[in-house]
Design a protein around this ligand. Structure first.
Ligand SMILES: NC(=O)c1ccc[n+]([C@@H]2O[C@H](COP(=O)([O-])OP(=O)(O)OC[C@H]3O[C@@H](n4cnc5c(N)ncnc54)[C@H](O)[C@@H]3O)[C@@H](O)[C@H]2O)c1
Length: 459
């Protein structure tokens, strides 16, 4: 099928590349001229594992094209809107980019189009979109509007798109639901050449869930808010562990063994960030308020999350006493590993706080330094973890990249001024770190020496 994708960010680029990979003819547009020029010249505007290879292959086979939004509107029978929906100061989702795209479709499209919102939007946005197309539509445009929320995670976006647990489509007409089923057929049946896995690696078929539009929109916000709630919950338990002398690693493990709870999202740390959870929680609170529903539960989730930054900075202060003039290494800037995305990254908030108290920051991240530099320019960016640790009073681990688990601790010990590691993600082997002469501090009562060695036999 001829498909269009509007917005070539983390979601749009993955959507366009993967839909081309499974056999569709895709046109992807981007309004940022620098990004578009990069894409047309085969240069990636963002880092995402496997995505570059997929894009290269589908461009070569002629199944993916990049260009303007006007061209994209003219191209596809179905148009996926994948533009950003950032937070407004009051927490509402800013839908101005969505509105801009809707206006352009209304003005330029002819015949029938299925307009699909893939961006994360508040419930009832589909209805607004539909009204907008009807009010501004010229050229006898006929259309359906559908919701197809995206659940991919940065860092594993290609894998998540091609092998999802579920594909949710919200449509209020049979025609729209049938078209979406047709678009996703190769993924639902897992019939395509996977660029990541060999054919012998059998994957579970995803669930294709068709709902009404409002419900699909709600599924996305409710899912993200629930996951955010799980993170804030475990962070609150981590605080309690610190207060009473328990170890959050053992507590979380014990909780996660219950299949009703599960181990995912029970990792305590410096809080959630990125372009989804913080803004989606805020937007969900606002929708509930406007609908007259009390969702103060989510306000607490947000409050606990924001408190993680101050709590971590306090931990650094407790160890280093005066921060003015101290040299501190920051390992990790991205909001999570395997991405270069620093939007709402807790690491950047922590750096700003430490800088405000006069500390000098030496930072390293395997992928995110270019983007971080646009946000914070007055710190020292280093080319590896060792250079960042040179002469420092403490090393702060703020993003759990695999390479930090594999550093040569004895080499590192010779470089630092003071052998202190504060692990904001509980990701390092505390025994190994301590064996190399470092003082180790983790989150939630995870200290240098575990009080009792946890026995995780059989898990
Ligand atoms: N990033 C994620 O992990 C993720 C996961 C699921 C859902 N989402 C949702 O998907 C949406 C997009 O997120 P993202 O991370 O890809 O954002 P992004 O900022 O990386 O990408 C959006 C892109 O759209 C472009 N754009 C804006 N207006 C345009 C227009 N009129 N024509 C063409 N391009 C236009 C922007 O320049 C930008 O490159 C958001 O609503 C987000 O909440 C994101």
């Amino acid at each position: 099928m001829k498909l269009s994708v509007i917005g070539a960010g983390y979601v749009g680029l993955t959507t366009a590349a993967c839909l081309a990979q499974v056999g569709h003819d895709v046109f992807c547009s981007e309004s940022d001229v620098e990004k578009l020029s990069k894409l047309r010249n085969g240069v990636m505007p963002l880092f995402e594992p496997h995505l570059e290879n997929v894009i290269e292959a589908v461009r070569k086979s002629g199944q993916l094209h990049f260009g303007s939004t006007e061209e994209a509107i003219a191209w596809g029978d179905a148009i996926f809107i994948c533009v950003g929906t950032p937070p407004l100061p009051n927490g509402d989702a800013d839908l101005s980019s969505i509105e801009g795209v809707a206006r352009a479709i209304a003005k330029r499209a002819t015949g029938y189009r299925l307009v699909i919102e893939k961006s994360t939007v508040p419930v009832q946005t589909g209805a607004q979109l539909s009204k907008h197309l009807s009010v501004h539509g010229t050229n006898g445009l006929k259309y359906d509007v559908a919701s197809n929320p995206e659940f991919l995670r940065e860092g594993t976006s290609v894998e998540d798109f091609l092998h999802p647990d579920r594909i949710v489509v919200g449509a209020d007409s049979t025609r729209a639901a049938d078209l979406l089923r047709e678009i996703y057929e190769p993924i639902v049946k897992q019939r395509f050449t996977c660029p990541i896995h060999s054919n012998s690696q059998k994957r579970k078929d995803p669930v294709f869930l068709a709902t009404d539009t409002n419900s699909a929109e709600l599924i996305k916000h409710a899912s993200n808010s629930f996951l955010a709630m799980k993170i804030s919950f475990i962070n609150m338990v981590a605080n309690l562990c610190e207060a009473v002398g328990a170890d959050i690693t053992q507590v979380a493990h014990g909780m996660g063994l219950d299949p009703r709870i599960g181990p995912a999202f029970l990792n305590p740390g410096i809080g959630f960030g990125g372009f989804c959870f913080p803004k989606d929680v805020q937007a969900f609170i606002r929708i509930a308020e406007k609908s007259g529903c009390d969702f103060s539960l989510l306000k607490e989730v947000d409050r606990i999350n924001q408190g993680r930054i101050e709590r971590f900075v306090e931990q650094v202060r407790t160890e280093l006493w005066v921060l003015r003039g101290k040299k501190i290494a920051v390992w990790g800037l991205a909001f999570k590993p395997n991405t270069d995305d620093v939007r709402f990254a807790p690491a950047l908030s922590i750096i700003r706080r430490l800088q405000a108290e006069g500390a000098h920051i030496q930072a390293y991240d395997p992928q995110a330094m270019e983007k971080a530099c646009k946000e914070i320019s007055d710190i020292t960016y280093c080319s590896d973890a060792y250079k960042a640790a040179h002469g420092v009073d403490a090393v702060l681990l703020l993003t759990e990249w695999e390479e930090f688990r594999n550093v040569d601790w004895s080499r590192l010990a010779a470089l630092v001024e003071r052998p202190l590691i504060i692990d904001g993600r509980n990701t390092l082997s505390r025994e190994e770190v301590v064996a190399n002469g470092f003082h180790y501090i983790g989150v939630g009562g995870v200290s240098a020496t575990p009080k009792v060695t946890a026995s995780f036999i059989g898990t």
